[in-house]
Design a protein around this ligand. Structure first.
Ligand code: ADE
Length: 419
């Protein structure tokens, strides 16, 4: 095996190429950016280390970054989310990539460290593991880094904590917080792909099931919306009174987890918090309860508590482990408690990742050009970028919108207009 990549099986590359081609046909915004910037190559001379789920959509982003002139070194950001066909395809195209499905925690960090071997000038994260590695283990690399981007809510929280502690070493763009990212990817992407993951792992009928979503943030709301659409009775659990109120007024029952544990048939965590489902909740669950997570880390469900209560465990289907409790009840844990949409399915659909990854791409351009001048802080994506991407996306969908007339602009900006 060449020493600039490690993947499961290079012979899977052809299947991976077909999947990437399929994604490209559904990511018109990113493809338009590729076309535009492959001419001017604004990323020439940049070395980008990426730590983000290795999916067909990510491959479209990687190809686009390369077309704009960047050199790439990549690892997955979750041990179970890598699609081995895609990893093989990227390796076959000459991308330095270290990722395979089912890697251990040790291998996971080994892979990140390999991407740091080539001393990146930019970092691209989903979950902040790469940038944290730079800060904690290789701080000497930070000097050569112009900036980084972060894809997900959990990662942005971590980075804001790092900045608040005065320890952030280079500027970061919070891609997650772009409206064209979180208002679409987190809601519609997570909504659809999480249901997709549950169905691929279980193939159960959703109609009529009691479905519990822990956390009614953007991701939880998306999942709740889709579960409702499939005929589930949906309840949310929350720690935030405002979110709980929103859920209630959106027709989603609110219960605390102790109540919900005895009520639910299917549970999904979407909180970004640890220990959301713990031992006492497993004690109350019905025989046959299905439990999974769609948050970034696998700490939302306390799996050691489940293991401690089980007299036996077996894998009954792909991504579905049956735990038999001392009293005979069976609890099914999906995707080993890792994000169900990427462990059991293919992640968010290409159409929605089109906008998320267009934000990533433009974020990289922004940092390559202006990183040196930016304050060392966590920055929002410029508003103009959001508006430009939303317009572009609408254009690719053949949708036109109205424009304010000059009189309406005056009206909108006047304090004298009234009855
Ligand atoms: N996160 C969620 N869905 C994804 C996808 N399809 N590709 C990369 N990251 C993702």
């Amino acid at each position: 095996m060449a020493d600039n990549y490690k993947v499961r099986d290079l012979s899977l590359a052809e299947a991976g190429h077909l999947k990437i081609e399929w994604a490209e046909s559904r990511m018109p915004v990113l493809m338009a950016l590729r076309e535009k910037y492959s001419k001017t190559k604004p990323l020439a001379g940049q070395r980008i280390a990426g730590c983000l789920h290795v999916t067909k959509e990510t491959a479209v982003l990687v190809r686009t970054l390369r077309a704009a002139g960047a050199e790439i070194s990549w690892s997955g950001c979750n041990p179970l989310s890598t699609n081995d066909e895609i990893a093989a395809a990227l390796a076959a195209e000459g991308v330095s990539i270290y990722a395979w499905h089912g890697m251990s925690t040790e291998e996971f960090y080994w892979a990140i460290d390999r991407t740091l071997d080539f001393k990146p000038t930019l970092t691209l994260d989903d979950g902040a593991d790469l940038i944290t590695r730079v800060h904690v283990k290789y701080p000497e690399l930070a000097e050569g880094v112009l900036g980084g981007t972060e894809e997900t809510t959990t990662g942005v929280h971590r980075l804001r904590a790092l900045a608040a502690a005065g320890k952030l070493l280079y500027p970061v763009l919070a891609v997650n917080d772009a409206e064209t990212k979180w208002d679409f990817d987190n809601v519609y992407g997570t909504g659809q792909s999480s249901i997709d993951g549950i169905l691929r792992a279980t193939s159960v009928l959703l109609a009529g099931k009691n479905f519990v979503v822990a956390g009614y943030g953007h991701c939880g709301k998306g999942v709740a919306m889709r579960a409702k659409g499939m005929g589930c009775h949906v309840a949310a659990t929350e720690v935030d009174a405002i979110q709980a109120l929103k859920a209630t007024l959106e027709g989603v029952m609110v219960k605390n987890m102790d109540e919900a544990a005895a009520w639910g048939d299917i549970f999904i965590t979407a909180t970004g918090m640890k220990d959301v489902i713990v031992g006492r909740h497993f004690d109350k669950m019905k025989d046959g309860a299905i439990v999974c997570n769609t948050g970034h880390y696998d700490c939302e469900i306390n799996i050691p508590d489940l293991e401690a209560r089980a007299k036996s465990k077996r894998r009954i289907r792909d991504n579905c482990d049956e735990y038999v409790m001392e009293d005979g009840r069976r609890i099914y844990l999906l995707g080993e408690g890792r994000l169900i949409n990427l462990s059991a399915a293919e992640g968010h659909p290409s159409e929605v990742m089109d906008m998320s990854f267009a934000n990533q791409f433009l974020g990289m351009l922004h940092l390559a050009e202006k990183g040196r001048d930016l304050e060392v802080a966590v920055h929002d994506i410029p508003r103009e970028q959001d508006l430009e991407l939303a317009s572009l996306k609408l254009q690719t969908m053949g949708i036109t919108i109205d424009e304010l007339t000059p009189e309406q602009v005056v009206y909108a900006n006047s304090y004298l207009e009234g009855t």
